[in-house]
Design a protein around this ligand. Structure first.
Ligand code: DER
Length: 227
């Protein structure tokens, strides 16, 4: 993946923002994996911090580096959350996340963080959310076909998220994901409000007004976008 090197550079830049003693939100996905690997290197060099992971997969990777994991029970306030995104809207820095299936815990961690830093390569930048990817929506399994009909009434074409072996994907929280294809979204804040009202919807991959800054890796270097 030629973009892997770009993602890695951006992830290292983000990892550099973690200071001694911080409580760190660990994102999920391939870019976050580079960031966790870099934090593992810094932990091995003696940097001490603690972390709250946004997925079992990220937790496993952090544990393999010996990084100290904590929970919200003891650490309700996170200093910096570093995560990837599937789309970043230019200007607003609103996001679509969740193609990795971790959006529910990712949004909880982002919402609990003083600073939410998003790390992407420039292929993720769009003029309008929805341009390239659907909005992942985490729904309760109970009554999901009825929830799906309500989402279709809002204009979504729906695909049920499946896992690699072709079974229905189950999130870390035990729920399902319906990928909602809206096409370009004119007003993502309004859509988020509408989706959140649908009974059976647990959380959506629309991250509106939450981004502190975005580190973008391009072929010619790193860019920093600030909300
Ligand atoms: O699922 C997610 O929200 C991931 O963070 C995703 O948005 C980014 O994954 P990537 O870094 O592998 O592209």
């Amino acid at each position: 993946d030629p973009r892997a090197e770009l993602k890695r550079k951006a992830a290292i830049e983000a990892a550099d923002m973690v200071r001694e003693g911080m409580v760190v939100g660990l994102g999920s996905g391939s870019t976050s994996a580079f960031m966790i690997e870099e934090l593992g290197r810094r932990w091995a060099e003696g940097l001490r911090f603690c972390a709250i992971p946004t997925s079992e997969r990220s937790a496993e990777q952090a544990r393999s580096h010996g990084i100290r994991l904590v929970t919200f029970a003891t650490h309700p306030q996170i200093d910096i959350d570093i995560d990837g995104a599937d789309e970043v809207e230019r200007g607003s820095l609103n996001l679509i996340k969740g193609l990795g299936g971790a959006l529910f815990r990712e949004k909880i961690v982002a919402a609990a963080s003083r600073k939410f830093v998003v790390v992407v390569d420039d292929s993720k930048l769009v003029d309008r959310l929805g341009a390239r990817v659907p909005v992942p929506v985490e729904v309760a399994t109970f009554g999901w076909t009825s929830t799906a009909r309500q989402l279709e009434a809002l204009g979504a074409r729906i695909t049920q998220r499946m896992d690699r072996s072709g079974n229905v994907f189950v999130t870390d929280g035990g729920n399902m994901i319906l990928d909602c294809h809206f096409g370009e979204i004119a007003d993502s804040a309004q859509l988020q409000a509408q989706l959140a009202q649908v009974v059976g919807v647990i959380e959506t991959g629309l991250f509106i007004g939450r981004t502190s800054e975005v580190i973008v890796a391009t072929a010619t270097g790193l860019q920093k976008l600030v909300a």
